[in-house]
Design a protein around this ligand. Structure first.
Ligand code: NAP
Length: 528
């Protein structure tokens, strides 16, 4: 079973023991005591290892391998030897030593081998040796040689590799290394693109993954916190059969979608996990990366939310792969959902337009057919507006697009038999439904509004309009606040966000989405 290991940079015995205790309480299986800055007081190091409340890895990582130890090898090896002997019976579970150091010095090898378990070891010791290799810049060109070298040493119990992910595809190589292991293996990718290797280490049977005790104490780029692994990424539920989903975009670091979908999997007890999947702009990156994820059967990649800048790329990719495109999504020209069907056929669809329609219909307590004839004013002519206009026009609403750049308004309106005007014209317009699809009023510009209810207290309409702001941060924009004060029914962008995610979830799982959990997850994230 893959273990959860919390690295602790040791400053003092008390601090390290207190951190180790916190790690144990948070659910860690072991800790890595990083003695990089703590090599002078041998007795204190012995006391720490003996008193550690969890099994431990002892590491003294030199600066030349990305650590903070700047002394010579023999000094640190002497401490390792001392710990091995003085802690007999209560020793570390592992010593971690870099392949580069172990490989180049027979003397160092001999000293390390004296205190770790291997077939020629005459003394009884439970401490194993992790041989490790790190590259903080890129994937080492001799990765395969390094693996073979580590595994080939009789003293080596565990092979550990960590390198900076160049793209999501490097995670797949890490999984392959774990799958083809001849000894227990840790293979991790660093950086934002490497998160998948850290979370899915358990799915592929790695010896362990590392998780920071909190956001301030990670020891490598991209290391999640133990709280994120356990609560957000469902660590305890992951296994070889777990289905993998994600949000594809650039950037995706602040996406709320992982919080929503993972909460959904939890609520219905579904064996899935949802991860951020950053893919740089350009179709070639999208095609190569998504193609690789799909080509790895053991990954069990079943679908993705697709956001800026890849919504058009998804449609093109699915077309090229002979998959199916939802007809209205094809007309919109952008899809936001990839579903890998049971038979492996790809399906691209757009859940934004349906989410916008349903958010409005639910608030008005009508069905979509009853939208026919309603005058709908859409502010903006970008991606969100396109989905909204397509949806409302499809149900015969009388849509007018108002946009700062009038040419774009005209272009969008023409595609869906709608009307158009400049954004300024909204002040004198009449409408039954007003939908803001511009970012005006979005955090941090919360004082802004695309429609001033104080200077236009009564739109030229006999009944008060419904006002829908697609912005979800803040939950109540100035536009909505003033519309509500004027007596209008209002709908927040949260309602659209929750519904578009719910439709994705239903496509992927075949189950009803727990929308109450989704809403709670969004509101929790926005309140942070
Ligand atoms: P987009 O493609 O960049 O389009 C933005 C539109 O807003 C353009 O038409 C642009 O006009 C207009 N605009 C931008 N800044 C403006 C300003 N200062 N004054 C006047 N007009 C301005 O963006 P998008 O993807 O459509 O997103 C728009 C909004 O929708 C965002 O606020 C986003 O939060 C929201 N959204 C919500 C959801 C949800 O699920 N709730 C989903 C998607 C999007 P020009 O054409 O003149 O540049």
């Amino acid at each position: 079973m893959t273990k959860l290991c919390v690295p602790i940079m040791v400053e003092s015995v008390d601090q390290a023991l207190s951190d180790a205790d916190a790690a144990r309480t948070a659910g860690a299986d072991l800790v890595e005591l990083r003695l990089d800055r703590f090599t002078e007081d041998r007795d204190a190091a012995v006391e720490l290892v003996k008193a550690c409340p969890l099994p431990c890895i002892v590491t003294i990582r030199p600066a030349w391998e990305g650590g903070e130890y700047d002394g010579d090898d023999m000094h640190r090896v002497a401490l390792i030897e001392h710990l091995g002997i003085a802690c007999a019976g209560h020793g570390p579970a592992y010593f971690d030593v870099e392949l580069a150091a172990y490989d180049r010095s027979a003397n160092l090898r001999q000293k390390i081998n004296l205190v770790v378990d291997h077939e020629d070891q005459p003394r009884r010791t439970d401490t194993g040796l992790i041989l490790s290799s790190h590259d903080f810049e890129t994937r080492p060109s001799d990765l395969t040689r390094r693996i073979a070298a580590m595994a080939g040493f009789r003293g080596c119990r565990v092979v550990k590799l960590a390198w900076a992910a160049r793209s999501l595809r490097d995670n797949l190589e890490a999984f392959e290394i774990i799958r083809d292991r001849t000894k227990p293996t840790i293979a991790l990718c660093m950086g934002e693109a490497g998160l998948m290797s850290r979370v899915l280490a358990k799915k592929f049977g790695a010896l362990l993954t590392f998780a920071a005790i909190d956001g301030a104490h990670g020891t490598a780029p991209g290391q999640p916190t133990i709280e994120e692994l356990k609560t957000l990424y469902r660590w305890d539920r992951l296994n070889a059969d777990t289905e993998v989903f994600g949000v594809i975009g650039h950037p995706v670091g602040h996406s709320m979608s992982p919080a929503i979908h993972n909460a959904g999997f939890d609520a219905i007890d579904y064996n899935g996990v949802y991860l951020p999947m950053p893919i740089p702009p350009a179709y070639e990156h999208f095609k190569a990366t998504v193609g690789s994820l799909l080509a790895e059967p053991s990954l069990n990649f079943r679908g993705a939310s697709v956001t800026i800048p890849h919504k058009q790329n998804l449609q093109r990719f699915v077309e090229e792969m002979g998959g199916e495109i939802e007809p209205l999504s094809a007309k919109i020209g952008a899809a936001n959902t990839l579903t890998v069907r049971g038979d492996g056929v790809l399906y691209a669809s757009n859940t934004d337009y349906a989410a916008a329609l349903d958010a409005v219909c639910d608030a008005l307590k009508i069905n979509r057919e009853q939208l026919g004839g309603n005058r709908v004013a859409v502010l903006g002519a970008g991606g969100a507006a396109r989905a909204v206009v397509a949806g409302f026009a499809h149900y015969q609403a009388a849509v007018t697009v108002y946009n700062r750049t009038v040419e774009k308004a005209a272009e969008l309106a023409d595609a869906f038999d709608a009307r158009h005007a400049g954004l300024d014209a909204i002040g004198s317009a009449g409408f039954d439904i007003l939908i803001n699809c511009t970012p005006i009023g979005m955090h941090p510009n919360e004082d802004a509004t695309p429609y001033d209810f104080t200077s236009n207290p009564q739109p030229a309409t006999s009944t008060l309009p419904l006002v829908f702001d697609t912005i979800y941060n803040p939950v109540e924009t100035r536009l909505l606040r003033e519309a509500k004060a004027a007596g209008c029914i209002t709908v927040s962008g949260v309602e659209m966000f929750v519904r578009q995610a719910a439709s994705q979830f239903e496509l992927w799982t075949g189950e009803n989405a727990p929308t109450a959990n989704f809403r709670e997850a969004v509101l929790d994230r926005l309140a942070d």
